[in-house]
Design a protein around this ligand. Structure first.
Ligand SMILES: [Zn+2]
Length: 145
């Protein structure tokens, strides 16, 4: 039987197993674009729809024919979660912070850190993407538009 640890033990364990953004052949281009301060999303050449996250097949029609297109970075807050425990020690001094699910104007949902005042978060709020860096890694964030 597995013993359930304390919140402190669980947090410490999570901190040890946290991994950097892990890229593969399907997602590497997306992170490379972000490193250059560009937000791009895949768009299917067969059905014309956008999708996210990047993957080999279009989730709408199954075609393997797609290309990255620039995204404007404008969207609206779809949902969010406020983190009170830092799941990475590098964020320990930033709690509480919020992770947003944003519906982009291009029709896909992306997740990223809210960089504004927590009290300002509300459903459907207009936001703009931004790129910030942690230990040299480009990460997606959001601010009020
Ligand atoms: Zn398609």
């Amino acid at each position: 039987m597995t013993e359930v640890g304390t919140v402190q033990e669980t947090t410490e364990q999570l901190q040890k197993v946290y991994v950097e953004p892990e890229t593969d052949l399907d997602t590497r281009w997306w992170f490379e674009a972000l490193e250059q301060d560009r937000l791009e999303i895949p768009r299917c050449n067969a059905c014309g729809r956008t999708f996210f996250p990047p993957q080999p097949d279009c989730p709408h029609c199954g075609a393997q024919d797609w290309r990255p297109i620039p995204a404007g970075g404008r969207g609206r807050i779809y949902s969010w979660v406020v983190c009170y425990l830092p799941f990475d020690p590098r964020f320990a001094e930033e709690v509480p912070y919020a992770i947003l699910a944003v519906e982009l104007e291009e029709g896909v949902r992306l997740f990223g850190r809210w960089k504004g005042d927590l009290d300002a978060i509300r459903a459907d709020l207009r936001v703009q993407a931004l790129v910030y860096r942690v230990d040299g890694h480009a990460l997606l964030g959001w601010e009020a538009a």
